[in-house]
Design a protein around this ligand. Structure first.
Ligand SMILES: [Zn+2]
Length: 272
C-alpha cells in the first residue's frame, strides 16, 4: 500500500466493453466517473448530462485497493510497482511523531527547514536513542498570500498594456506587472514608447481589457443582443457615449440604429 501520490498505480479492469473495476495499490480512495458517450440503448436511469447538454452513460465509482492485481498487471509489462517501505509509510501516516529507529515519541524537530525548490529538509533528533534523521517535505502550494497592489502601464493611443519583450497587448492578464511605487513613469529609466506618448501607470485592479477591434461613429457592426439574441443584427453606430468619444473597453456604451429605424444603447462587448 502507498499513500504517496507518485507511487500510486491503477489497473482498469474492462470486460465486455464495460469497466468492471479500477484497482489501486493505495488505501487512498480515489473517486472517478465512468463516462461513456455511446448512449444508444442505455437505460434512462444510467444517463447523466453535462452543462452543455451532452449526454453520457455513467456513474461515480471508487478505486479498490488490491496490491496483488496491480502488481501482477504491471509485471506483465516488466514494470515493478514502487516498493513500499512500511517504516516510511507508518512514519508519514503518524505525521512524523515517532523515532524511526527506536519508536520513541521523545523527538525534537529542528524548526529551520532547508528548502530547495520543490523539496525541503528538516533535521530531527531522538532524545531517547540519540539517532538523527531528515524529515522530507514537498511543496504542495501556498497560503496566506499578502498581496501588495500592482500597477501596469497603459496607453490609450496604443489601445494596450505594456508587456516586457513583446510590446503592447490588449489584455490586462498578459501585461507585465510592476510593484506600486510613488515614482511616476517619467522618472523611470525604462520607458515604453507609444504613438500618442501617453503611456501611464494604472492600478492593476481597476484595469480593463481593451477591445480588440476599433469602432467609430458611422461603422456598420453586428450587435449580439444579450436578450436571447432577439434583436441581433446589422446596425450602424450613431453615437458613442464615453468621455473621449472612443470605444476602448467592453463596458463602453454606444448607440446603434438599423435600416428599419430600430435603436438600441449597447455595450461595446456585444459588438462583432
Ligand atoms: Zn530513537
Amino acid at each position: 500500500m502507498t499513500t504517496n501520490a507518485n507511487d500510486i498505480r491503477l489497473v482498469i479492469h474492462v470486460e465486455g466493453g464495460l469497466v468492471q473495476a479500477v484497482y489501486s495499490n493505495s488505501p487512498v480512495t480515489i473517486r472517478f466517473v465512468i463516462q461513456d458517450f455511446d448512449v444508444e440503448g442505455a437505460d434512462a436511469d444510467e444517463m447523466a448530462e453535462l452543462v452543455d447538454g451532452t449526454e453520457f452513460v455513467g456513474s461515480i465509482q471508487t478505486t479498490v485497493e488490491n496490491l496483488d492485481r496491480v502488481a501482477s498487471a504491471f509485471m506483465a509489462f516488466d514494470e515493478d510497482i514502487p516498493a513500499i517501505d512500511k517504516r516510511q509509510e507508518n512514519y508519514v501516516t503518524s505525521n512524523g511523531h515517532f523515532c524511526p529507529n527506536c519508536g520513541s515519541k521523545n523527538i525534537e524537530a529542528n524548526v529551520a527547514l532547508e528548502a530547495d525548490g520543490l523539496a525541503a529538509l528538516g533535521r530531527v533528533g531522538c532524545s531517547n536513542c540519540e539517532s538523527a534523521w531528515n524529515d522530507q517535505y514537498v511543496l504542495v502550494g501556498f497560503s496566506d498570500l499578502e498581496a501588495k497592489p500592482l500597477q501596469i502601464i497603459r496607453s490609450e493611443s496604443e489601445r494596450g498594456y505594456w508587456k516586457l519583450d513583446q510590446g503592447w497587448v490588449f489584455d490586462v492578464g498578459s501585461a507585465t506587472r510592476f510593484p506600486s511605487s510613488s515614482e511616476s513613469l517619467e522618472n523611470w529609466t525604462f520607458k515604453p514608447t507609444s504613438s500618442g506618448n501617453d503611456a501611464e501607470l494604472v492600478e492593476l485592479g481597476s484595469a480593463e481589457d481593451f477591445l480588440t477591434a476599433e469602432y467609430n461613429v458611422g461603422d456598420e457592426v453586428f450587435w449580439n443582443d444579450p436578450d436571447q439574441g432577439l434583436r441581433s443584427g446589422i446596425y450602424r453606430i450613431c453615437a458613442i457615449r464615453t468621455e473621449n468619444g472612443r470605444l476602448l473597453y467592453g463596458s463602453d456604451v454606444c448607440f446603434l440604429k438599423n435600416e428599419a429605424g430600430s435603436e438600441a444603447g449597447v455595450l461595446a462587448i456585444e459588438l462583432s
